[in-house]
Design a protein around this ligand. Sequence first.
Ligand code: CO
Length: 213
Amino acid sequence: MSFSKVFEKNTEWVSAKLAVDKKYFKKLAEKQEPEILFIGCSDSRVKVGAMMGVEPGDVFIHRNIGNMVPNTDLNVMSVINYAVSHLKVKHAVVCGHYYCGGVKAAMQSEDLGILNPWLRNIRDVYRLHHIELDAIKNEDQKYRRLIELNVQEQCVNLIKTPDVQKALLEKRIKVHGWVFDLGTGKLIDLKIDFDKILKDIMQIYHLDTTSEN
Ligand code: CO
């Protein structure tokens, strides 16, 4: 891909869209009603539209290094609030990907400056699951499993937010954990059983819905 071709490619894309539907951009400008909130990694190889077969308007997207949902990050928390409580998306997805550089970096001890506090969130996932992870002797398998467990923990972070708590109580949202396999192009649903994972601890995070004020 050549940077100098970007605007030329844009003109071609506009023409192609208008050739099919003259009002395509007029309709696009009117409103958005996405059904999916997608939280993924910033990795350039993860192409959300193409891998899911979706068009502009279908998915509300947030991306950062390692598809993280830290509760102190105003950026991701604002995205969740807007998508869940205002746009009322029906599905919230955390999508990791194999070969994730962020997760790889978190497995190593190199000093990465400003990335250290961000990657520490992934190191915390390792700590939480260290018994399972340390039992895996093959480094590649361990790497892949940490990517999956990170998706699981970020889904749990998502479930802990008040917006998702309310939406779950009102049965208007489903949370999903996926992994995109760059090596095959396949999108994998981890089919995480959140009821099972959160069975004994969820009362800590539940909102008090009995009070009206
Ligand atoms: Co990544």
